[in-house]
Design a protein around this ligand. Structure first.
Ligand SMILES: *Cc1c(COP(=O)(O)O)cnc(C)c1O
Length: 361
């Protein structure tokens, strides 16, 4: 069965936005669309610097390159180790490899899809330079414990908030806890210019290392004036859309709560996560393929999660702790993609009821 693109669950992304249309018209008229940098890249840096309270904002061509730049900023080299979760965005593993360093895998905490703080001490070695903390699928790590540990051993923390641009922990914006923060402005992301990203920090020598690395006679990993111009209006609507998604997620989680055989995301009382994806874990991974096909036939944007790194060869990474939760996540995660989460209450009610039917299948 093919689902009509006009199906209410198949919401477009990005959504129509007059402010963005006006920006595009204006930058066409001014000729600014042909510029490497200008007032829009400057304003974008100012907005990000203010939001994340960072002195150094370096715009980049993608979130992936942002992670690599962050590692370069820390000074990670082939002699070093970098800790990341056994279930994470695939590019993060590759970024560590790009520096020559060795990835060290730790587990994710149950039902948060985020790095397990309690594993860090066992993964630490004299070579450990950094840890990458990603917020995935609405899940959030125990950032307080992670920061306390990192300060005690002198390991730099990279916050990957590519999926979580307006998430807060205890009222504080995610991305303001660690040493460096990375954002993505990719085409599917909550803030989008089709492509793009940023890396932010407050450390002079980290920023300097990043600037030296990206300087090839020009900024080799730049975000253009045209990309910056479409991003600016999105900061005006970010908070409102963040809370609409959160309210709709709460409604969906409430309706689907009685379903058995499936575990929803665990959200701590002091957290307000961002929902680029909304995750569930199936108890029986064998059901996943069939369940996803059934959901997609109904027009529901439900997909499998990442494959994770548990099966990566021991020659490519070190695995000092049990990766039981990461193993399960790779096989049993299902994700609802975000555009539908900006729909009105009637669509959300239908969606939640259809999800109940899918999960009870
Ligand atoms: C999308 C994403 C990235 C990479 O961003 P790109 O701009 O697509 O390169 C990194 N980390 C996470 C968690 C992501 O979701």
């Amino acid at each position: 069965m093919t689902v009509e693109p006009s199906h209410p669950f198949q919401a477009p992304w990005p959504i129509p936005d007059d402010a963005i249309e006006q920006q595009l018209q204006a930058i066409y008229n001014s000729g600014g669309w042909g510029s490497y940098t200008g007032i829009h890249t400057q304003q974008l840096c100012e907005i990000l610097g203010n939001r994340y309270k960072c002195e150094h904002v370096m715009l980049a061509c993608s979130g992936t390159i942002g992670i690599e730049l962050a590692l370069r900023g820390i000074g990670v080299t082939a002699a070093d180790e970098v800790i990341l979760a056994g279930y994470d965005f695939p590019g993060n593993f590759r970024c560590i490899e790009a520096t020559g360093a060795t990835p060290v895998l730790v587990d994710i905490a149950a039902a948060t899809w985020s790095i397990q703080a309690g594993d860090l001490a066992a993964a630490y070695s004299a070579k450990t330079k950094a840890v990458i903390v990603s917020s995935l699928h609405g899940g959030m790590a125990d950032i307080d414990t992670i920061m306390k540990w990192s300060r005690s051993v002198g390991v730099a923390v990279i916050e990957d908030v590519c999926q979580a641009p307006a998430a807060t922990h205890a009222g504080q914006l995610l991305g303001t806890f660690g040493d460096l923060t990375v954002l993505s402005f990719g085409g599917s992301k909550l803030l989008t210019a089709g492509r793009g990203g940023a890396v932010l920090c407050n450390n002079e020598s980290m920023a300097q290392r990043i600037n030296v690395f990206r300087e090839r006679g020009n900024d080799a990993f730049a975000l253009s004036e045209l990309q910056a111009c479409v991003l600016l209006p999105q900061f005006e609507t970010l908070a409102e859309r963040h809370s609409l998604r959160r309210d709709n997620v709460n409604a969906i989680l409430k309706t689907t709560a009685p379903c058995s055989g499936i575990t929803p995301l665990k959200i701590a009382a002091e957290d307000s996560p961002a929902f680029y994806k909304l995750a569930w874990m199936l108890e029986d991974p064998q059901r996943r393929q069939d369940l996803l096909c059934y959901a997609q036939d109904k027009g529901i944007p439900l997909f499998a999660g990442f494959r994770g790194f548990v099966k990566r060869s021991d020659r490519r990474c070190r695995k000092p702790v049990s990766l039981a939760n990461s193993t399960v996540a790779a096989e049993a995660t299902v994700l609802l993609h975000h555009p539908v989460l900006l729909q009105g209450p009637a669509v959300i009610r239908d969606l939640a009821e259809e999800l109940v039917d899918v999960f009870n299948r």
